[in-house]
Design a protein around this ligand. Structure first.
Ligand code: NAP
Ligand code: COA
Length: 267
C-alpha cells in the first residue's frame, strides 16, 4: 500500500467534508490536505468553519470553509457549487455532521428526536444527493460517518440509533444506484474516539472512560488519525472494488463485551 504522506496519494483530488469544524471530521480534512487534496469544509457556524479551514491553510494547503446547515438542502447545494467553481470536480465526499445528547425516549420531545434524525440521516441524504452533480465520475468516493449505535441498540440513544441505522441502509442503497456511474458509497463506523465531543457527551467522567476501555478488545479509545487513515484507504484506488460497506474502525468494540481476562493463565 502507498504511504499517504510520502506519496501524496490525494494530489490533484478535491475533498468536501461536512461537519468539519471539529473532531473526527476536521481530523479527516487535515489528513487529506497533508496527502495533497484541496479541501472544502462546511458546518453551521461560520466562525468555527472558517477557523477550521485556517488550521489547514496555516499548514500551507488549500482549504475553504463555508457555513451550511446539512438540514437545508439549498445551503448544502450552494456550498458544493462554490467548492466546484473554486477547485473543480469533487473526488471525495465525507458526510459526518451529527448531533447527540444522552436522554431517555421519555425525556426527549418529538422535536428532540427529529432534530438528531434531521442532522444525521436527512443531512447525510442531503449531502450525498447534492454532491452527485458535482462529482468527478467515474471514480468518486463517498463516505458517511455512522456509529455503532446503528447496529447496537443503546439505552438513552433512541434518536441516534434510529438515525445511524438509516445511514447504514442509505449507504447500501446509494451504492447500488450509483455504482453504474462509477461512484463508490461506503461508511465508517468509529468506535469510541479520544478527544472528541461525541465521547465527552457519552462518557463525561474518567471512571466511565476507564469502564468503556476495560471492555474493548484492544483496551483503548481510537484516535482521530485512526479514522482518517480508514477514510484515506476508502478514498484511494486501493479500495476501488469496495462499495456499499460499513467499515468498523473500533478496536473490536462492536464484537461485544471483551472485559473478561481470557489470557490470565497464558504464559
Ligand atoms: P463533533 O466534533 O461535535 O463534530 C460534529 C460536527 O458536525 C461539528 O463540526 C458541527 O459543527 C457539525 N454539525 C452539527 N450539526 C450540523 C448541521 N446541522 N449542519 C452542518 N454541520 C453540523 O463530534 P465528533 O465526536 O467528532 O463526531 C463526528 C462524527 O463521528 C459524527 O458523525 C459522530 O456521530 C461520529 N462518531 C463519533 C464517535 C466518537 O467517538 N466521537 C464515535 C462514533 C461515531 P457546527 O457546530 O459548527 O455546526
Ligand atoms: N435532552 C433532551 N432533549 C434535548 C437535549 C437533551 N440533552 N438537548 C436538546 N434537546 C432537544 C431540545 O429541547 C429541542 O426540543 P424542543 O424544541 O422540543 O424543546 C430539540 O432537542 C432541539 O434542540 P436545539 O437546541 O434547538 O437544537 P440545535 O439544532 O440547536 O442543536 C443538538 C442540535 C441538540 C443536537 C446540539 O446538541 C448540537 O448542536 N450538537 C452538535 C454537536 C454534537 O452533538 N456533537 C457530538 C456528535 S456525536
Amino acid at each position: 500500500m502507498q504511504n499517504a504522506f510520502k506519496d501524496k496519494v490525494l494530489e490533484g483530488k478535491v475533498a468536501f467534508v461536512a461537519g468539519a469544524s471539529s473532531g473526527i471530521n476536521l481530523g479527516i480534512a487535515q489528513h487529506f490536505a497533508r496527502a495533497g487534496a484541496k479541501i472544502a469544509l462546511i458546518s453551521r457556524s461560520h466562525e468555527k468553519i472558517v477557523a477550521a479551514a485556517k488550521t489547514i491553510a496555516d499548514e500551507g494547503f488549500e482549504a475553504t470553509g463555508m457555513a451550511a446547515d446539512v438540514r437545508d438542502f439549498a445551503s448544502v447545494d450552494a456550498a458544493f457549487k462554490t467548492a466546484h467553481d473554486r477547485f473543480g470536480k469533487i473526488d471525495i465526499v465525507i458526510s459526518g455532521a451529527a448531533g447527540n445528547f444522552v436522554a431517555p425516549a421519555l425525556g426527549m420531545s418529538s422535536n428532540g428526536f427529529k432534530t438528531v434524525v434531521d442532522i444525521d440521516l436527512i443531512g447525510t441524504f442531503n449531502v450525498l444527493r447534492a454532491s452527485f452533480q458535482y462529482l468527478n465520475r467515474p471514480g468518486a468516493s463517498l463516505i458517511s460517518i455512522t456509529a455503532p449505535q446503528a447496529v447496537n441498540p443503546s439505552m438513552f440513544q433512541a434518536h441516534v440509533c434510529a438515525a445511524k441505522a438509516g445511514i447504514n441502509m442509505l449507504t447500501k442503497c446509494l451504492a447500488m444506484e450509483w455504482g453504474p456511474a462509477g461512484v463508490r458509497v461506503n461508511a465508517i463506523s468509529p468506535g469510541p474516539i479520544a478527544d472528541t465531543e461525541g465521547m465527552a457527551r457519552l462518557a463525561p467522567s474518567a471512571e466511565m472512560e476507564a469502564a468503556i476501555k476495560a471492555r474493548i478488545a484492544l483496551r483503548d479509545y481510537g484516535t482521530k488519525t485512526d479514522i482518517a487513515d480508514t477514510a484515506m484507504f476508502l478514498s484511494t484506488d486501493n479500495a476501488k472494488y469496495i462499495t456499499g460497506t460499513i467499515v468498523d474502525c473500533d478496536g473490536g468494540s462492536k464484537l461485544g463485551d471483551a472485559g473478561a481476562n481470557a489470557l490470565a493463565d497464558f504464559k
